[in-house]
Design a protein around this ligand. Structure first.
Ligand code: NAP
Length: 313
């Protein structure tokens, strides 16, 4: 159903940032409409125990946490469309349009909260063993590998940070990178190198994640970049830390984005290059990408939208 009404606020994205923006906007009586996506819940929908979100001392499963986020926004009157937005037509201070196929929705303000997704290697076993030894989030899953053998793949700051974090739990960690030089900052690299249980393994590219008889990850097949030699390394856990891709495809070319596709905001606000369009969460965040930082950013986006609508009207 298309809506002839002009909404106060449309929020695009159903992760911690989008739902927190909805909660604040609903309590401010803006009656927000959230396009939460077909697979609502964002990256936490693919996570098991969340142990680092404050307020849940026993931990909570990712999907359950997102159900609670959603319910809290709904309690104050948020409306949801559980579908993926196909297209938007954003204006500079005017009415913004959001399309689902031919259906059109309009709003005076928009909060963009589409998030990001971890980059994948695209090799056999990666998706099949995701959550069964293969992870894209060291901070989330590192503690599950206490006294286990592990591997981190990547050569940037994320890989170094994951390696240092996971090395607190794991007995050993191979830091695998496809080149001999690292992209990471010197200080982060030195921190990783100084850990006695971290070994640098370069120049190697992973070719396959291989399951054991129990169906969980058992080995990673690596190929040496310089001589093509293949080696199978036995590990309990492998972490892919090769960067993130912001999910900005529907707004690229309309709001300003950086070289990597992250939406640019005039920090510390959530304002984008278009008046009345705000961007929050992992869609703008190169660095932190945590549920709690995304939620905080969603709150800021709702407040910015509220103030914008107050002054506009
Ligand atoms: P990044 O800097 O883009 O590094 C990605 C790494 O993954 C690169 O070393 C790259 O190799 C490798 N890679 C990419 N695709 C690959 C593939 N298909 N196969 C094998 N390796 C692949 O990403 P990031 O580490 O996530 O960092 C992103 C930004 O966040 C950076 O600006 C970083 O400084 C920041 N950050 C900061 C902190 C901190 O300061 N605490 C922590 C995390 C992130 P090549 O080098 O060969 O291209």
């Amino acid at each position: 159903m298309s809506s002839p009404e002009v909404e106060n606020l449309i929020i695009i994205g159903g992760g911690p940032a989008g739902y927190t923006a909805a909660l604040y906007a609903a309590r401010a009586e803006l009656n927000p409409l959230v396009f939460e996506g077909f697979q609502w819940g964002g990256q936490l929908q693919n996570t098991t125990d969340v142990e680092n979100y404050p307020g849940f001392p026993e931990g909570i499963m990712g999907p359950e946490m997102m159900t609670k986020f959603r319910a809290q926004a709904e309690r104050f009157g948020t409306r949801f469309v559980s579908d993926d937005v196909d297209r938007v037509e954003l204006s500079d201070g005017g009415i913004h349009k959001v399309f689902l196929g031919d259906e059109q929705y309009q709003a005076k303000a928009v909060v963009l909260a589409m998030g990001a997704e971890p980059k994948r290697l695209g090799i056999p076993g990666e998706m099949e063993l995701s959550g069964r030894g293969v992870s894209t989030c060291g901070v989330c899953d590192g503690a599950f590998f206490k006294d286990k053998t592990t591997m981190v793949i990547g050569g940037g700051d994320s890989a170094m940070e994951d390696a240092v974090f996971i090395s607190k739990f794991a007995t050993s960690l191979d830091l695998v990178h496809r080149r001999d030089e690292f992209r990471a900052s010197k200080i982060m690299q030195e921190r990783a190198e100084s850990k006695p249980n971290i070994a640098l393994k370069t120049p190697y590219s992973p070719e396959e994640f291989i399951a054991g008889e129990d169906g969980a990850l058992a080995k990673v097949r690596l190929r040496r970049a310089d001589n093509g030699e293949v080696e199978d390394v036995a590990v309990d856990g492998a972490f892919v830390a090769i960067g993130h891709i912001p999910r900005s495809e529907v707004v690229v070319g309309q709001v300003d984005t950086d070289d990597e596709g992250y939406v640019k905001t005039s920090e510390p606000s959530t304002k984008t290059s278009l008046a009345g369009v705000f961007a929050v969460g992992d869609l703008v965040d190169h660095t932190y990408r945590q549920a709690v930082t995304a939620a905080g950013s969603g709150c800021a986006g709702a407040l910015d939208a509220e103030w914008y609508l107050r002054d506009r009207d």
